[in-house]
Design a protein around this ligand. Structure first.
Ligand code: HEM
Length: 412
């Protein structure tokens, strides 16, 4: 029986909630699998979907749960709804529906083929070795090591920057920009985006690179995007800028958490760390288990009900926002045996960490490659690594959509 009173009010952006959202999610799955929260996103009510089966249903129903509010709302609702500023950055794959989505995704698939990703293997290997050497040198100089800043972040940040063709020297700058945008984008604070320092500069920075590649194409993804055509339909300049922005931010703000939170999970379950050290060939199932267990993108991005729809017996009115809690679905006891256990050999692990349906993650092969290289390489080099602060001193970033650590201080 559904007991709404069992669900407390929480601050979803707070570091305290982020530290352990799982008991709250378990409560939702049991008592309120489709749960309304007032002022959840840009001041609007949203329905949180927490069970695996319902999560998959919502993600796959792309004609009912749509991304563009205009395709969902009545004209009166749309007039009143807050509009997204910075259209040139935010009108991307994650904010459009069929047929625009089909066209954009086909273009990005071409530019982001499995062959391109596989070509990054050697570079990822050598960058990993370089970062491990730098950590070793820091350790020898008596400096403290933070696995996020020294390892989990620079790897995906450098790789996505190189794939796109953004100068290596600018990567710290674009990380600062995307971090601000990602943090604000999911926090429900609509006006904050407008006040975000540097957002206009960032859009202009990307536009300049896009224009430069239009004039002088290189062997990089931005040049391929500029050149890509599907049925004679070239991307507009705004669409290229939005795509580059999405790939840059999604390309590292998530994988940093797979590597960072994944390593923390192994440190907290030392038997699994040791098991992977002794059996490095288990890395593929280990990465899948870490993707499930830590779920770097904790919830899917927003969707709007295009028609009044019933999910798990709860009616969601037309025009309302819906968020799928991926992290909750990945711990659903009706889908996974012992979901609270980390088992790097887990079979039948159909987690939904990369989403489902038409918006399934473009970067899944790249992040798997990075995780499968970075995690065993670190364990191999520093098998006795431990946390250098008590677990309850670890700070989680306050962000709604993503879940990741601010820092992960360790001793080698
Ligand atoms: C562990 C790493 C990653 C995780 C957990 C992750 C997760 C996700 C999820 C859950 C979605 C679907 C969101 C929704 O339906 O609302 C998504 C979409 C997307 N991801 Fe990732 N992602 C990761 C890495 C990457 C990387 C490395 C890239 C780029 C190189 C990337 C680019 C994208 C793009 C462009 C989309 C939008 C696809 C579409 O709308 O059709 N992601 N990702």
């Amino acid at each position: 029986m559904i007991q709404k009173q069992a669900i407390p009010t929480v601050d979803f952006t707070s570091a305290a909630f982020k530290a352990d959202p799982y008991p709250y999610y378990a409560n939702l799955r049991t008592y309120a699998p489709v749960h309304p929260v007032e002022k959840f996103f840009r001041g609007q009510r949203a329905w949180l979907v927490s069970r695996y089966e319902d999560a998959v249903e919502v993600l796959k129903a792309d004609e009912i749960f749509v991304k563009n509010p205009k395709n969902a709302m009545t004209p009166e609702q749309y007039k009143k709804a807050p509009k997204m500023p910075f259209k040139s950055l935010s009108s991307n794959l994650l904010s459009v529906d069929v047929p625009d989505h089909t066209r954009l995704k086909a273009l990005v698939h071409k530019a982001f083929s499995p062959r391109t990703v596989e070509q990054m293997r050697l570079q990822t290997d050598s960058l990993t070795m370089q970062l491990l050497d730098q950590m070793d040198a820091k350790h020898k100089r008596g400096e403290s090591i933070d696995l996020i800043a020294d390892y989990a972040l620079p790897l995906p940040l450098t790789i996505i920057g190189r794939m796109l063709g953004v100068p290596d020297a600018d990567k710290d700058k674009f990380h600062r920009w995307t971090q601000n945008f990602v943090a604000i984008g999911g926090s429900g604070s609509f006006g904050a985006i407008l006040r975000m320092p540097g957002i206009v500069r960032f859009a202009n920075y990307l536009r300049q690179i896009v224009r430069e590649r239009t004039r002088n194409p290189k062997d990089d993804l931005i040049s391929s995007l500029v050149a890509a055509r599907e049925q004679d339909d070239q991307l507009t300049e705004d669409e290229v800028v939005a795509m580059v922005f999405l790939l840059l931010s999604a390309g590292h703000e998530t994988t940093v958490n797979l590597i960072g939170s994944g390593l923390l999970a192994l440190l907290q379950h030392r038997d699994q760390w040791d098991r992977l050290h002794a059996n490095p060939e288990m890395i593929k199932s280990a990465v899948e288990e870490l993707l499930r267990f830590v779920t770097p993108a904790e919830m899917a991005t927003e969707r709007y009900a295009a028609t009044t729809t019933t999910i798990a017996g709860v009616e969601i009115p037309r025009g309302d926002l819906v968020f799928v809690l991926i992290a909750s679905a990945n711990r659903d006891e009706h889908r996974f045996d012992n979901p609270e256990v980390v088992d790097i050999g887990r079979q039948n692990n159909k987690h939904i960490s990369f989403g489902q349906g038409i918006h399934y993650c473009v970067g899944a092969p790249l992040s798997r490659l990075e995780g499968q290289i970075a995690i065993p390489a670190l364990i191999e080099r520093f098998p006795n690594l431990t946390l250098s602060v008590p677990e309850d001193k670890l700070r989680w970033r306050s962000n709604v959509v993503l879940r990741g650590l601010e820092a992960l201080p360790v001793k080698l």
